[in-house]
Write a protein that binds this ligand. Structure first.
Ligand code: G3H
Ligand code: PYR
Length: 221
């Protein structure tokens, strides 16, 4: 196995174990640790902290230092420089909404896994050229949903994805039941209104409900 294949395999195992990856937008650094603890208490330990706010870097540092059970990934990685910043922070993986050759090249050479975003067959082909076959399907619902994913199964039988964008409590189990889906991602599990209100118990309750629903066999009736 090449180094990149090993990293992609390890990312696959992380995602399979996680089932759900909350996409976190943290506005206040002081929310980061209680939020991460609330998610971990609800059985959701693999987190994506997006680089969408001024607080993101310090929030990620705080969670990495103070919540050892959290597996912290950095999301909204838009460039090789963002990727390097995530590496310096000690992130366990990185996530990008799309993928440029510069980002894929930087990640292909690094020991830090990247989950690159794709929404078209050409983007999948580009990611594969750099060795990436474990991908984020973004924005999943808006870009064609599960029908699109099944259509990709023909030309790309080895493709495995974490869909995000439009995943909700109502459709998460259906997405996870797709054989090519390793885990589902999204913001529904840690909504901004809960974070703003400091409703950590509410977030833990949502996580527990979600993890319970995702551990049941899907009813086809
Ligand atoms: O991956 C990041 C997306 O912004 C999450 O989408 P969502 O808010 O529809 O869950
Ligand atoms: C959407 C996405 O992949 C991200 O912000 O990381």
């Amino acid at each position: 196995m090449t180094d990149i294949a090993k990293r992609q395999d390890s990312l696959r195992q992380t995602l399979i174990a996680a089932k759900v990856v909350p996409v976190l937008t943290i506005e206040r650094v002081s929310d980061a640790v209680p939020l991460a603890r609330a998610l971990v208490a609800g059985g959701v330990c693999t987190l994506e902290i997006t680089l969408r706010t001024a607080a993101a870097i310090d929030a990620a540092k705080a969670v990495i230092a103070e919540v050892p059970d959290a597996i912290v990934g950095i999301g909204t990685v838009l460039s090789a420089a963002d990727f390097e910043q995530a590496h310096k922070l000690g992130a366990r993986f990185t996530v990008s909404p799309g993928a440029t050759p510069a980002l894929l090249e930087a990640a292909a050479k690094s020991d830090l896994p990247l989950l690159p975003g794709v929404a078209t067959a050409s983007e999948i082909m580009q990611a594969r050229e750099y060795g990436f076959d474990t991908l984020k399907f973004f924005p999943a619902e808006q870009a064609g949903g599960r029908a699109m994913l099944r259509a990709w199964g023909g030309p790309f039988p080895d493709l495995r994805v974490c869909p995000t964008g439009g995943i909700t409590e109502a459709n998460a189990a259906e997405w996870l039941s797709e054989p090519t889906v390793l885990a589902v991602g999204g913001s529904w599990i840690c909504q901004a209104s809960y974070i703003r209100a400091g409703d950590w118990a509410g977030i833990t309750a949502m996580c527990l409900r979600t993890m319970k629903a995702l551990s049941k066999p899907l009813s086809l009736g």
